[in-house]
Design a protein around this ligand. Structure first.
Ligand code: FEO
Length: 394
């Protein structure tokens, strides 16, 4: 796609990646993604904000074809999907200087092998005048690396945010007009990338409340010309009270754990608790992560394989521990062949999330009446703990 004008003198560059289906070789991308870069022209100087993933460098360089001179390349985040084309941009514009945070400078040298002489660092709140246009750099660490910053174009009230507030959504629309689709993509993105840094994000949202923002321009997904849409969504997602919702990752090998899952879903539903079950052999990890943004409780349901939990459930527990959602409670249910340590193993994996553990319900072989009654008691405890929670979070 060609460059698109946002306002006179400010353009959206970059590449839509409609075909990409996996990020970090882990995260499914049902809607592809984009790598957005932005060109800002002042009366005196020209700045490029971010670049694109290396495999789309050709698209960016074609968009820059008619630009004879570049003064600044602003690197807001060092991860290669945004910085990866920087060496080619610098080669094309030998007088261009990289502008970035002090933390990012050595990372740019290490990740991209760029000459440190070409990098100038800026402090939080520092101003760069382009002549008639002013950029302010806002340090925003941990969205989602330690070196990240945002860039505010004062005269046009445009906030460039790189990963922060973005979405994995490839589209020909400059602004996302299908609000529900954009909301879901942005929430999925928050869940997968930003959720572990919820506490830091709360602080960044407070900082941004001091800025008048007309347009938010992330480096993934469409722009927002209604800044409140995405800022309010983020406030909602990082807020403390979870929803009246149980996430239930499960696997069953011979049907016994499946029977327990089915019974527990009914028992929870009968008591007014919403449940989102995920068969981990087929589920999309992004859907699991998105549901964890709101959930109050997770219950792992696992058969026993080689004395431990099923590896797929171990993997889901590892991921949940890394994502650090605002869960309050957890438990484990499942069936084993002769003996097992599945419940203890899963409990050991969840150390980053401060949850209260409900007693596990584990049975040897097929579940019978005593097991179903134990599951009813578990559902009762969950319902009691959830009684003051809203069905929708926030
Ligand atoms: Fe889109 Fe952290 O890179």
């Amino acid at each position: 796609m060609n460059a698109r004008e946002i306002v006179s003198g400010v353009s959206a560059l970059g590449a839509q990646d409609f075909d990409r289906r996996l990020f970090d070789e882990l995260i499914p991308l049902p809607d592809g993604t984009s790598y957005n870069a932005y060109l800002v022209r002042g009366n005196d100087k020209v700045a490029l904000i971010d670049t694109v993933d290396p495999h789309k460098t050709g698209v960016l360089m074609a968009q820059l074809e008619s630009l004879s001179h570049l003064d600044f390349l602003i690197i807001q985040h060092v991860e290669q999907d945004h910085s990866g084309s920087a060496p080619m941009v610098l080669a094309r514009y030998p007088n261009a200087t990289i502008i970035t945070t002090p933390k990012a400078k050595p990372m740019i040298v290490d990740h991209l092998h760029i000459d440190p002489q070409r990098i100038r660092t800026v402090e939080n709140g520092q101003i760069l005048s382009l002549g008639g246009r002013t950029l302010e750099f806002i340090h925003a660490p941990w969205v989602h690396w330690p070196e990240t910053m945002l860039t505010y174009l004062k005269e046009d009230r445009i906030l460039f945010t790189c990963d922060f507030l973005g979405s994995h959504l490839a589209t020909t629309e400059l602004y996302g007009r299908e609000k529900e689709r954009v909301y879901e993509a942005a929430k999925r993105y928050y869940a997968e990338i930003m959720m572990p840094f919820r506490a830091m994000i709360k602080g960044h949202l407070e900082t941004l409340a001091c800025y008048k923002i007309q347009i938010i321009a992330p480096s993934h997904g469409p722009l927002y010309d209604d800044a409140a849409f995405i800022l309010d969504a983020y406030k909602h997602w990082v807020s403390d009270p979870p929803a009246n919702l149980v996430v239930l990752p499960y696997v069953s090998m011979h049907g016994s754990t499946q029977a327990m899952v089915d019974h527990l879903i009914s028992a929870l539903t009968d008591r007014g608790v919403r449940v989102e079950p995920f068969n981990m052999t087929v589920t999309d990890l992004g859907r699991l992560a998105t549901t964890l943004v709101d959930a109050a409780t997770v219950i792992f349901a696992t058969p026993t394989l080689l004395v431990g939990a099923h590896p797929t459930i171990v993997s889901s527990a590892y991921l949940i521990n890394a994502l650090r959602p605002k869960l309050r409670h957890a438990s484990v249910i499942g069936s084993y062949g002769w003996a097992g340590k599945a419940a203890e193993q899963i409990t050991e994996l969840i150390k980053n999330v401060k949850v209260e553990w409900f007693d596990p319900v584990m049975v040897r072989g097929l579940p019978g009446r005593a097991t179903f009654e134990a599951l009813d008691r578990l559902a009762e405890v969950v319902a009691t703990e959830h009684q003051n929670l809203e069905d929708e979070p926030g």
